[in-house]
Design a binder for this molecule. Structure first.
Ligand code: Z5A
Length: 256
């Protein structure tokens, strides 16, 4: 019979699922504010012609590749497309990106400071790029958005739900993606892809453990389950062409 003590770590340390459930609508419970915000996204209400599509998933899930393919298809179909990314996408955001990923000082960064820097980059991106583009009726393809903070800082770094939600909301105002695509891959596949990438030296966040990326994956899947109107989950371990076609079919149904 296992000793009683064994139960302790389970209750003392939040599991990935518990942490996400705190952030998404568990019936009437805690995450109600997240849902309440999402009922009236500004992009859908005030910018009838603009669409914000965010791409999420763990490192190496294929977001950059698919954004590039989708953008080409959309442009060929006559759409006005803006591709951007987080952290980054503005001069200020790119400086923050460098600080977060490559600056030697960032090895000492606290989870709270990290969260605030991601939020600062996003606040600038929303006001400088996203809102003006939505107002012009463009389709914005954004490589990561607020869900990355919910999952990486909330689930991965275990910062509690309330500050993550408050800071996310402050950074985005009333801009919530119309559609969020999660490219879902096993943590091992992501690791493998990153290892074989020859263009870059590993950055600070690429040195996380496989357990961290398992939590990240679980976090995304729970979020997608809780918000099915906004999320589309696609198997990111399939071929590039299969994913491209699948996304095209899904988006045609949603945005016509
Ligand atoms: N982060 C955070 O913690 N909190 C936040 O709020 C935000 C971000 C906004 C940003 O890193 C880091 O910041 C990220 C989360 C954190 N850290 N991590 N870990 P980034 O922008 O440098 O990297 P990324 O967003 O994680 O993505 P990536 O590494 O650039 O990967 P990707 O864009 O998803 O995939 P890719 O570049 O298209 O493909 C990766 C490789 O796989 C490449 O060699 C491809 O050729 C290959 N690939 C792509 N698709 C396939 C398929 N279908 N089959 C086989 N191989 C494929």
């Amino acid at each position: 019979m296992p000793p009683r003590k064994k139960a302790k770590p389970k209750t003392a340390k939040k599991t990935a699922s518990k942490a996400v459930v705190d952030r998404v609508p568990a019936k009437k419970k805690t995450a109600a504010p997240v849902l309440a915000k999402e009922k009236k996204p500004r992009s859908a209400k005030k910018n009838k012609r603009g669409v914000l599509i965010s791409f999420e998933g763990s490192e190496g899930s294929g977001k950059t590749s698919q954004i590039s393919r989708l953008s080409t298809r959309l442009e060929d179909a006559g759409c006005d497309v803006v591709c951007t990314r987080e952290p980054g996408g503005t001069d200020i955001g790119e400086e923050i990106r460098h600080l977060l990923k490559h600056a030697s000082a960032s090895t000492k960064i606290s989870p709270e400071a990290e969260l605030l820097l991601f939020a600062a980059s996003r606040a600038q991106l929303v006001r400088e790029v996203i809102v003006p583009s939505l107002d012009k009726g463009k389709i914005i393809l954004c490589d990561r958005f607020l869900d990355s903070t919910t999952v990486y800082q909330g689930v991965g770094r275990q910062i509690s739900a309330e500050p993550v939600h408050i800071i996310n909301t402050f950074a985005v105002g009333d801009i919530i993606p119309d559609i969020t695509i999660v490219l879902d891959i096993p943590a091992e596949t992501g690791f493998d892809r990153i290892r074989h990438r020859t263009t870059d030296l590993p950055d600070r966040m690429e040195n996380e453990t496989i357990d961290f990326y398992r939590k990240v994956r679980e976090g995304y899947l729970l979020l997608a389950k809780a918000l099915p109107e906004r999320f589309i989950v696609v198997d990111g371990s399939r071929s590039r062409k299969w994913i491209e076609d699948k996304l095209w079919d899904e988006l045609k149904q949603r945005i016509g």
